[in-house]
Write a new protein. Structure first.
Length: 79
């Protein structure tokens, strides 16, 4: 199991995703500020990048990893 928060799609989260792959988790929980789109239309692509990163982890381990996600203030635009 991996548990964290404030992920987004950054160099740091990308590097952490490589570490996560090595542990082959059964589930990933993120307790808020998942993709950091801030409810701004121009940032909608951030969810695509975030989910692409999760897809790469699943492809590497060879199975779909369930996600437990909670929305945070940066996901709902309440900065």
């Amino acid at each position: 199991m991996v548990n964290g928060g404030d992920s987004g799609y950054t160099l740091v989260s990308h590097n952490i995703s490589k570490i996560i792959t090595k542990y082959r988790p059964d589930v990933i929980f993120i307790g808020g500020d998942v993709a950091y789109d801030n409810n701004i239309a121009a940032c909608g692509y951030t969810w695509d990048y975030f989910l692409w990163m999760i897809e790469r982890i699943s492809n590497e381990v060879g199975y779909v990893i369930p996600l437990g996600l909670a929305l945070g203030n940066h996901d709902a635009g309440l900065n």
